[in-house]
Ligand binder design. Structure first.
Ligand code: ATP
Length: 328
């Protein structure tokens, strides 16, 4: 539920962050409207944490401006902090305290007390599926629950922006699903969410908009559908009902077009080529050599492959499903 007519909750204008000579973030501009879930993606070292640190007010950008609900951190740091709920990568709660004690402690920091604190706590415990563990020390909870307690703490003071740094790292698939389900519910109620991840699949599934950072620069930005349209179809994933004999696999690898590569993990095959034409030729080769492929998909590129595409704008592009099998 994105309300585009309202002023943006978060605005970054030409933000750069330096560590000595190293330019970690290079002229980043971004606007987040109310009720949007935005995923900032990028491989390790691309500048995600530096960006989040600056938005959280922990790091002063070398240049550019950041405004949260119209407020600049440098002008009104306390009011800025009130607009922000931050869930860092490392847990930022007291693991020897119970869930309830943590919520009380952090509620105090935001001058919440009495009936207001109780109502807010009850609401969050219910929404974040934490009612059963109210009196348990945080250290006795599962990783997923601990992450949800940290989320409850960040939401206590009803911030305009919820900021999460790699919220699903080290979580099992069920806990990831649960956490993103909660974030999606919050977003549907108007909460603005900005999170970092290095998992494209995760961002594509849950985020309204995605920004891809490469070496500190925003190289792509848009809805998952818009980003998919910008990606030439050079990758193909399929499953193998049975693995071909090692000698067949080896000889096929030798025959693949230059720049193509084939990964086989368990019964999953992933084929990456330099162009859609090469992808078609490589696919034809696999079929000719008896690879029985099931459920062929063309899922787009992974983050690691994205810069290679950006650097080769002249690459052939093809629409989804356009895979030509005419090679001999
Ligand atoms: N305190 C620091 N001093 C010097 N260089 C730093 C510092 N923090 C980060 N960097 C450098 O800045 C660049 C961006 O780092 P940053 O941690 O923001 O990236 P990231 O995308 O969050 O990476 P990761 O996913 O590994 O956390 C990297 O080259 C990193 O080595």
């Amino acid at each position: 539920m994105v309300t585009r007519m309202m002023p943006p909750v978060l605005t970054l204008e030409s933000v750069s962050i330096r560590y000595g000579d190293r330019l970690a973030v290079d002229g980043l501009s971004l606007e987040l409207p109310r009720g949007e879930m935005f995923g900032l993606l990028g491989p390790n070292g691309s500048g995600k944490s530096s960006t989040l640190g600056a938005i959280a007010g922990c790091r002063i950008p070398s240049s550019g401006t950041i405004r949260l609900a119209g407020i600049a951190h440098s002008e009104q740091p306390t009011e800025y902090a009130r607009q922000l709920g931050f869930v860092p990568q490392e847990l930022a709660i007291y693991d020897e305290l119970t869930v309830k004690q943590n919520l009380r402690f952090f509620g105090d920091l935001f001058d919440l007390s009495g009936l207001e604190l109780r109502q807010r706590t009850d609401h969050l415990l219910d929404r974040l599926r934490l009612l059963d563990c109210l009196h348990r020390p945080v250290r006795h909870l599962s990783g997923g629950m601990q992450r949800r307690v940290n989320l409850a703490v960040a939401l206590l003071h009803q911030p305009a922006l919820l900021l999460l740094d790699e919220p699903t790292v080290a979580l099992d698939p069920e806990s990831r699903e649960c956490l993103f389900g909660i974030l999606a519910d919050l977003r549907n109620e108007g909460q603005t969410v900005l999170l970092t991840t290095h998992l494209l699949d995760e961002a594509e599934r849950w985020c309204d908009r995605i920004g891809i950072l490469q070496q500190g620069r925003l190289v792509a930005e848009g809805s998952p559908a818009q980003l998919a349209q910008q990606m030439p179809e050079r990758v193909l994933v399929a499953s193998l009902p049975e693995r071909p004999a090692p000698w067949v696999e080896k000889s096929v690898r030798h025959l693949l077009p230059a720049g193509s590569h084939l990964e086989i993990t368990g019964n999953r095959v992933r084929l990456v080529a330099e162009s859609s034409g090469d992808l078609g030729r490589a696919l034809a080769l696999l079929l000719k050599h008896g690879f029985a492929l099931d459920r062929i998909q063309s899922p787009g590129l992974s983050l690691e492959e994205w810069p290679a595409v950006r650097e080769r704008p002249a690459l052939e592009s093809a629409s989804a499903g356009e895979i030509v099998c005419d090679a001999a």
